[in-house]
Design a protein around this ligand. Structure first.
Ligand code: FES
Length: 564
């Protein structure tokens, strides 16, 4: 089997010439023949000036290179698309699949024996895992690590749960313009990903649980020296992977994905992660069934007391024992024979783990933070394909009930009317947003955290039931039903709901129903205007091929079977 520079030669119709030419051009970069004979480790760099979370990547990449060199490999880094969560319009999710294609194709097209995936901000890790799963080259994930918390008037602040908390106070008139501006400079104060158990931290924990990142590396803060040591060790591991050719399909098995769902539930992780996990699994033909997620959720307690579900920050999670402590607590419920990038099984890893744990942050399974898992899937006439509620970060008093729908037809409609003093709304109503799903928005933005109408928030209302086909930031909280599938723009019943309709929510029964006759819904749907697809480019490709949330919002042609 070919390796190093002889992998995947440029096609000139003469393989020997292609290799000769490639070697001579590689020599032009100053490499010796001995260096070029080493196993080549590609380093997929998602650093960018438009990605604050990745601003320490130059130093991190230096440490990866050091590890590769010390283990006898040749490190060669290459750029990929970067997705800085807050710098992308209309939403980073629109570009996750594009980045996954970039990662997949550049891993496959360039001559590398293994690859280190360096990512962190929300969509970058799933995009890298999706791409690597499809490329089939040995791969190891290195994450950015979380930011440190900031401070304001004696209070700790972490992006971005506290961004939302203070913004809600500002909207309610409880803090001044000067104060909110002062807080702005203290919410995100170091390199690294958001400081709470948002999507980035959830995906970091998932990458480690899956066995794609080194043990103990998910929660190391971005600015901690251990992060650089983890980078060096990751580089060394990549050389071993290049030699033993342990490919992602041997690590990313159905059992490994079940472990990952279990951990997602136990850490009170982001709702986005269920979409990303489904997409990564779909690249290998492994289905993630929401009914099965519900079964796991009912038997998996939330163990960590972290924002947005609890009170601590990622730096506390790291100091308390990190993901290893969670895995040890779940040990009896995990598939321990799953392989990891080290070549060891998960069980062997747990046998050798440090046993330290701080129970203030990471609870025991016997005395958990919450008795059942963080996420629950709902089904019913409003969501035949399912919807998701993060019950660990919601108000349980709102879980059972029937109410009038107050409907917003689009994000524009929401922005135009939500703060209108004349809006006919009460705290008991359900706010409904439609046309914010994968095709409708497009890109399924994190708009599911509908703001409480100003007139209600000023009257002291802090939570209401909100329902949409959108996503929600992993750092957000509230009684928010997301990912309603099929979305409105794909002909789902959500598209036919009107203000005044009654909706019934029952978390206990896992139900979400619109109390309108099916014939009336069908009549309304028949009169709906079809969504116009963008005329060209990536957005057209996206509109034509994106799948619904229950299939990970991947493109149909990128899944293992290449079909819907
Ligand atoms: Fe990058 Fe939150 S903005 S992880």
């Amino acid at each position: 089997m070919s390796h190093g520079l002889s992998r995947g030669l440029t096609n000139y119709g003469d393989r020997d010439f292609a290799l000769y030419l490639r070697r001579s051009f590689a020599r032009s970069m100053g490499y010796s023949a001995a260096a070029l004979a080493r196993p080549i480790v590609g380093i997929a760099d998602s650093g960018s000036g438009f990605n604050n979370c990745h601003r320490h990547f130059p130093e991190l990449l230096d440490a990866v290179r050091r590890g590769v060199l010390s283990a006898g490999g040749l490190p060669i880094d290459f750029p990929t698309i970067s997705l800085g969560e807050v710098f992308l319009e209309p939403t980073s999710m629109l570009y996750r699949n594009l980045m996954s294609m970039d990662v997949e194709e550049m891993i496959r097209a360039q001559p590398m024996d293994a690859v280190v995936l360096v990512g962190g901000c929300d969509k970058t890790v799933p995009a890298q895992l999706m791409g690597a799963a499809s490329a089939g080259v040995p791969a190891v994930q290195l994450v950015a690590g979380p930011m440190m918390a900031g401070h304001h008037h004696g209070e700790r602040l972490g992006a971005c749960t506290d961004c939302r908390r203070f913004w809600a106070k500002y909207r309610a008139g409880q803090i001044s313009k000067d104060e909110i501006e002062g807080i702005e400079g203290n919410l995100a104060t170091t390199a690294g990903t958001c400081a709470v158990m948002g999507t980035a931290s959830t995906m970091a924990c998932i990458a480690e649980t899956l066995g794609m990142a080194l043990p103990g590396t998910a929660a190391i803060p971005a600015v901690h020296a251990d992060r650089l040591r983890a980078a060096e060790a990751t580089g060394e591991t990549a050389v071993t992977l290049a030699r033993n050719r342990l490919t992602p399909d041997r690590i990313l098995t159905a059992a490994a994905f079940e472990n990952a769902v279990r951990v997602l539930l136990a850490i009170g992780g982001s709702t986005n992660a269920i979409i990303h996990l489904t997409a990564v699994a779909g690249r290998l033909g492994v289905p993630i069934d929401l009914a099965a997620v519900n079964r796991l959720s009912d038997e998996t307690p939330v163990l960590v007391d972290l924002k947005p579900s609890g009170q601590h920050y990622m730096e506390d999670f790291f100091a308390a024992g990190g993901l290893g402590a969670v895995l040890r607590e779940l040990r009896d419920r995990l598939h321990l024979d799953c392989l990891t990038v080290t070549g060891e099984t998960l069980g062997a890893r747990l046998d050798s783990d440090d046993a330290w744990v701080d129970r203030a942050v990471i609870r025991s399974a016997r005395e958990p933070f919450q008795a059942v898992g963080g996420l629950v899937a709902l089904f019913g006439s409003l969501a035949p394909g399912g919807a998701i509620l993060k019950r660990s970060a919601a108000d349980a008093r709102l879980f059972e009930g029937e109410a009038r729908a107050v409907v917003f037809d689009s994000l524009e409609d929401l922005a135009a009317r939500i703060d209108d003093p004349a809006l006919d709304v009460t705290p008991a109503d359900f706010l409904v947003l439609k046309n914010a799903g994968p095709k409708g928005a497009p890109g399924m933005p994190e708009a599911g955290y509908l703001p409480i109408p100003t007139k209600l928030s000023r009257a002291g209302v802090t939570d209401m039931v909100r329902i949409s086909d959108a996503r929600m930031s992993g750092t957000a909280f509230g009684t928010i039903v997301l990912h309603v599938t099929p979305e409105a723009a794909a002909g789902g019943p959500l598209g036919a709901v009107r203000t005044g309709d009654r909706i019934r929510l029952s978390v206990k029964n896992r139900r979400l129903d619109v109390l309108v006759e099916p014939s009336e819904l069908a009549r309304r749907a028949a009169g709906a205007r079809p969504v116009t697809a963008p005329p060209r480019g990536y957005r057209r490709l996206y509109a034509e091929h994106v799948l619904q949330a229950d299939q990970g919002c991947d493109f149909d042609f990128l899944r293992a079977d290449g079909r819907r």
